[in-house]
Write a protein that binds this ligand. Structure first.
Ligand code: PLP
Length: 461
């Protein structure tokens, strides 16, 4: 098969990408035929291709580029300084590099609920896999070997490694990969617009979600249920803002049956919802928090797990009994990533990034609400600087389009033509611009979206 791009521009980076690179989350045949979309540089929320075309990246890359895509002199300096001082050290057998100590201290001080220690990984997936292993280890340590099942929700996204993908509640991550693994249970997605029943109030829907969780725990046996993994706002499942009163009701159930809560703050952490943590915005009471992405503004790979004193004590005592916690990654607490993460947090503080998000959020909301009356728009959901617009066939019944029509992905293609990158989750279009975006830039993003929506409307006629 001859790739167009290879024949038209045989030595371009795009053609070489087609020839040599196997991408994640990509149709490999299409990439081989069309070549990769090569990004050369960035400036604020904009990126530029090999040909110099500008795009607004409405998803901050992968929900992570909080400071945008332009170079950050402070992060460059922090990385350079660490690379010139100590480019690598590890955290096994009590060793540690200085920025790792400082970052751990900083994260514990920033935690939304009292936390005791930070553990480092390189990605959100690794953090969730590690959190799960900690929970299993902990229940062995506490003499509760049966208390090992974990619950996650429909439409959850917790990553792609074997355990994290199993926790994820999206069939595409299971089908063909022989997942999920055993001992993973599924509970409701708290999306009132989609799963609320006719005549049911939002609060009654939240009660039903909590009742169903309780029923599941009782049916399986509370002594077998270790934890619930949950994102404060479900991101990659389509930016699902929990129904009103959901978290207080869920928390009550978890406390009743001694079920730990792991808050996956990989997207929400560091200002996305208008507070440092989604936990604060929605009133979660987690025992463990996983975080990544905006922790380093997406600029170097790093993730952290925060654990409370109760969790730490069980891990500590068992590690003492066994001679060590037999888990760790070569790059757990990488000094350069840690130095960059530490400096990222200092930038958030110095630039008052949370205040900025709060000041921009009402404008983001107004821009999104302007689409509410559009004939294709069903649900418009948002908090802080993250949101989604869900397209529907029938506004009054909420009926979705036939997935074969690929309405969401088609809109994304039109958006691409208008210089906007956004993510479709079926027919929900997700928005998560860099936190540093200005009001004018937010308007620019929705202006491009509006043109794509118009094209989609025409195309459907
Ligand atoms: N958890 C959440 C909420 C995420 O959104 C993601 C990635 O999008 C992950 C975990 C996985 O993180 P990573 O891609 O760094 O493994």
């Amino acid at each position: 098969m001859t790739a167009n791009i290879q024949t038209s521009r045989p030595n371009s980076l795009s053609a070489r990408d087609a020839a040599y690179h196997f991408h994640g989350y990509t149709n490999a045949l299409r990439n081989e035929q069309d070549g990769g979309f090569v990004v050369m540089r960035g400036d604020g929320p904009f990126i530029y291709t090999e040909e110099g075309k500008e795009y607004f990246d409405g998803l901050a890359g992968l929900w992570c580029a909080s400071l945008g895509f332009g170079p950050q002199p402070r992060l460059v300096a922090a990385a350079k300084k660490q690379m010139e001082t100590l480019p690598f050290y590890h955290t096994f057998t009590q060793k540690v590099a200085s920025p790792v100590v400082e970052l751990a201290e900083k994260l514990v001080s920033l935690a939304p609920v009292p936390m005791s220690k930070a553990y480092f990984c390189n990605s959100g997936s690794e953090a969730n896999d590690t959190a799960l292993k900690m929970i299993w280890y902990l229940n062995n340590a506490l003499g509760r070997p049966e208390k090992k099942k974990v619950i996650a929700r429909v439409k959850a996204y917790h990553g792609v490694t074997v355990a994290a993908a199993s926790l994820t509640g999206l069939p595409a991550l299971h089908n063909e990969f022989d997942l999920p693994i055993a001992r993973i249970l599924r509970t409701d997605c708290p999306h009132y617009y989609r799963f609320g029943e006719k005549g049911e109030t939002e609060e009654a829907f939240a009660t039903r979600c909590a009742d169903n969780l309780e029923k599941l725990i009782l049916a399986e046996g509370p002594d077998t249920i270790a934890a619930l993994f949950a994102e404060p706002v479900q991101g990659a499942g389509g930016v699902i803002i929990p129904a009103k009163t959901y978290w207080e009701k869920i928390t009550k159930v978890l406390k009743t049956y001694d079920v730990l809560l792991v808050a996956d703050e990989v997207i929400c952490g560091f200002g996305r919802t208008g507070n440092w943590w989604g936990t604060q915005t929605f009133g979660l009471q987690p025992d463990i928090i996983t975080t990544a992405k905006q922790l380093s503004a997406g600029q170097l790979p790093i993730a952290a797990i925060l654990i409370n004193q109760r969790v730490f004590e069980a891990l500590r005592d068992n590690s003492n009994k066994l001679g060590g916690f037999a888990h760790g990654l070569t790059y757990s607490g990488h000094p350069v990533s840690s130095a960059v993460a530490l400096e990222t947090i200092k930038i958030y503080e110095d630039e008052r990034i949370i205040d900025h998000v709060r000041s921009i959020a009402p404008h983001f909301e107004r821009e999104m609400n302007a689409f509410v009356d559009h004939p294709l728009v069903g649900d418009v959901r948002k908090v802080g600087l993250v949101g989604a617009i869900e397209l529907v066939k029938d506004k009054s019944s909420h009926e979705s389009f036939d997935p074969k029509l690929a309405v969401g992905p088609t809109l994304v293609k039109f958006a691409h033509e208008h210089g906007l990158i956004i993510r479709p989750v079926i027919d929900s279009l997700c928005f998560c611009p860099p936190l540093i975006s200005t009001t004018a830039q937010v308007s620019e993003m929705f202006g491009r979206f509006s043109r794509a929506l118009k094209d989609t409307h025409e195309w459907l006629k």
